[in-house]
Design a protein around this ligand. Sequence first.
Ligand SMILES: C[S@@+](CC[C@H](N)C(=O)[O-])C[C@H]1O[C@@H](n2cnc3c(N)ncnc32)[C@H](O)[C@@H]1O
Length: 242
Amino acid sequence: MDSDFNLQTTTVWSFPERGNWGTHKGDYPGNWSPYIPKNIILRYSKENEIVLDQFAGSGTTLVEAKLLNRRAIGCDINDNALIISKQRVNKTLGNSKICILKRDARKLDGIKNNSIDLICTHPPYSNMIKYSIDNKDDLSLLSLEDFYIAMGDVAKECFRVLKYDRYCAILMGDMRKNNFIIPIGFNIMNIFINEGFKLKEIIIKEQHNCKSTKYWKDLSIKKNFYLITHEYLFVFKKLCSV
Ligand SMILES: C[S@@+](CC[C@H](N)C(=O)[O-])C[C@H]1O[C@@H](n2cnc3c(N)ncnc32)[C@H](O)[C@@H]1O
């Protein structure tokens, strides 16, 4: 591990510098900082174990898994995302096997029950960023109600493929509509708990580079609301008996 890297030790995380080592780049819409999967992978898995990111996007988790000598499976329904993540993983140093598949996170065909050591993933936050125009499997095109139903199916698949006594980490953000907060994060948290997961951690992740412009600051004063600058990183455990 690099000498200047410190594992996070509290429930508030903030990475003002996103992290651009290896093949990481912050150019994919809604990408996450590589510090997030790095912290989760190091804390909850060992070398050679299998990490799953079923909303892989540009492959940040997969690149980190390879650098940390973990095997990994990455899925996405977006062809462009699959191309980018394959390129970045192939250019990353390391010998671990990283498998990249076109799969819907609601139906992870080919991934066996109780076979994954760690899930570390970052779904769309409902339709805040749209990842395609008309891909029927794209969760970012759904209404909020349908998004919650879809995430119920995602939680079921997470529970099916994860080994017992292992962890599932998922990043989620809230939304504001008509001046009121929609607590998407807590609703997704409850969906995972209802699927049988035990809640291990709620981590607050500070958001940088978003809505920091004068336009948004002025609007927040004029319309009397606070700008959302945090996301939730939920860590769940699949216990042997629930
Ligand atoms: C927030 S992005 C992930 C970004 C990623 N963490 C990164 O750093 O690049 C969410 C991804 O979920 C994908 N997605 C949307 N619906 C999906 C589905 N049903 N199954 C799998 N992936 C899906 C989108 O194409 C998008 O790439």
